[in-house]
Each structure stands twice: as structure tokens, then as C-alpha cells.
Design a protein around this ligand. Structure first.
Ligand code: HEM
Length: 146
């Protein structure tokens, strides 16, 4: 697949993933205050079920295309401390791996019945902060160099 197609796939997958996380943190958290606890639980259950069906495919597209693009920068990645692109891209990949770790943890906690409201909120908040850093790194790594 060409680099341009990988980039478009990566961008759309990132839009869906980042959009979902931002929606959960910036909108759903506030809605919680205005709805009865039972109703909110149902809403969260329905959103969770949908996300668990959709997200594995979104993540496959996001990470698959990311790895495909990173292959083009393998020389820079081989010596991350020698060039700014290698360093910033390595940092972005590390953060993306950490996000994946959050996702796997959420799946495990859900299976074990441990994914309660507070844990779920903290996980989302952590992924939200990762997202902000990943997007900043993605936008500066090819534009600035030192
Ligand atoms: C949570 C996971 C990830 C998110 C949210 C994410 C998000 C983004 C975003 C928003 C861009 C900018 C795209 C654009 O401006 O058109 C980007 C670019 C890029 N990402 Fe990711 N990414 C993730 C994971 C990865 C991974 C795992 C890799 C590599 C192994 C990767 C490699 C790249 C590369 C090489 C670019 C530069 C593309 C370019 O502008 O030419 N990404 N990413």
C-alpha cells in the first residue's frame, strides 16, 4: 500500500479513536451529573458494547497503517538520539504502545467484572492525556528538526 493511502487510513482511524476518547471525557463525564445513576449505567453499557465491537478494527487500522508508515522512517528510528524525527517518532510510538496497554487492561478488567465507573474514568483520562501528546508529536515531528 502506498504511503499516501496508509496516511489517509491512519488519519481516519485516529479521528474515530481520538473522537471517541474525547467524547467520553469531555461530554459523557458531564452528562453523568444530569442523569439518574441507573440511566447512566445503561448508557455506558450500550456505549461500551458498541466500542468493544468497533474499536478492535479501528485499532487494527490505526496501528497497522502506523507501522506501515514507520517502515519508511526505519533509518531514523534505528538511531533515535541522532536525529529529531527518530526521537519524536519513537516517543509517539512508545505513547501509542502505552495506549494499547490501556486498551488491553480495559478488556481484561471488563472480563473480570472490575471495570467500574471510577476505574473506567481514570483509564479514559489517562488515554485522553496520551492522545493530546500523540497528536502534538504527530504534528511537530515532520515540521521541526534540530
Ligand atoms: C493511539 C495510536 C495513534 C494515534 C492516535 C495516532 C495519531 C496520529 C495522527 C493524528 C497523525 C497525523 C496524521 C496527519 O497529519 O495526517 C499521525 C501521524 C503518524 N503516525 Fe500515528 N498515531 C498512533 C499510532 C501510531 C503508531 C503505532 C505508529 C507507528 C508504529 C504511528 C506512526 C505515525 C507516522 C509515521 C505518522 C506521520 C505521517 C505523516 O505525516 O507522514 N502512529 N498519527
Amino acid at each position: 500500500m502506498s504511503y499516501s493511502l496508509l496516511l489517509i487510513l491512519h488519519l481516519f482511524a485516529a479521528l474515530i479513536f481520538i473522537g471517541t476518547v474525547f467524547f467520553e471525557v469531555l461530554i459523557l463525564t458531564d452528562i453523568r451529573r444530569h442523569l439518574p445513576r441507573e440511566v447512566m449505567r445503561e448508557v455506558e453499557r450500550a456505549i461500551g458494547n458498541r466500542a468493544r465491537k468497533l474499536m478492535p478494527w479501528v485499532l487494527l487500522a490505526l496501528y497497522g497503517s502506523g507501522i506501515g508508515m514507520a517502515w519508511h522512517y526505519r533509518a531514523a528510528l534505528a538511531q533515535p538520539f541522532e536525529n529529531s524525527l527518530g526521537l519524536l517518532l519513537s516517543l509517539k510510538i512508545l505513547l501509542a504502545l502505552s495506549v494499547f496497554g490501556h486498551f488491553v487492561t480495559a478488556m481484561i478488567w471488563h472480563r473480570q467484572g472490575l471495570l467500574r465507573s471510577r476505574r473506567s474514568h481514570l483509564l479514559h483520562l489517562s488515554v485522553f492525556c496520551h492522545m493530546v501528546a500523540i497528536v502534538l508529536l504527530a504534528k511537530i515531528m515532520l515540521r521541526f528538526s534540530w
